[in-house]
Design a protein around this ligand. Sequence first.
Ligand code: 5W5
Length: 259
Amino acid sequence: MHSSVYFVALVVLGAAVCAAQPRGRILGGQEAVAHARPYMASVQVNGTHMCGGTLLDEQWVLSAAHCMDGVTKNDSVQVLLGAHSLSAPEPYKRLYDVQSIVPHPGSRPDSVEDDLILFKLSQNASLGPHVRPLPLQHEDKEVEPGTLCDVAGWGVVTHAGRRPDVLQQLTVSIMDRMTCNLRTYHDGAVTINMMCAESNRRDTCRGDSGSPLVCGDVVEGVVTWGSRVCGNRRKPGVFTRVATYETWLKTVLNGNVTA
Ligand code: 5W5
């Protein structure tokens, strides 16, 4: 009699704990509609996914500078386009070699400032419905707090670090910078070149760096930051605001900077 009461209590407790956990996927998101984000890139080091990226035109992919931390000349850096599954053969999926890597000159391994990088593909990407660039926001205007934006990636889907095979997506709500900079949040680290999104259970995580934050039909931000607690309400997702980098981006894409 007593033991069955304990058993029922244990089951109820177990169910409550499970309901409180993100049910996988980017951390609380879901599998993306296959190829609905034809601009999505997987930046790969030695054949494995390291970061997300955005195809900007036939030759250039935007990602986060931190993605190359610790990467040396002996490592291979490639960009996967047209993919939904990282492992399955897919007709429009192709791995491109990288001809040059252009980190933002202000980026440093020990800093989150200017966390952007451009990869020039060694061949033009063949464009089509499954591989298509996405324009960047160029108007330097804040995205209103509460705006719902979309982020996708192949980053880990559990706190234990399980890697997904297929692209995951999540809708996040933009948070005002003032709240994001509170002492118990990011404590003043979020500059005007960055923006925050709510991270209560549903959040980006390891391997999502470099992925685009898409609001409406433009890229507003790039997933940044080094090590973070994922899914913690007080540690919002931080994104580099692309609009503030328009001059640098245009200079590199127009071929006026070499690497
Ligand atoms: C990253 C990374 C990685 C982050 C991917 C965000 C892997 C920083 C490289 C640059 C191991 C929370 C590493 C396995 C890190 N970075 C990249 C797969 N890639 C966060 N930083 C966050 O593959 O570490 O992602 O909140 F993802 F499949 F496991 O990001 C928003 C914890 C650690």
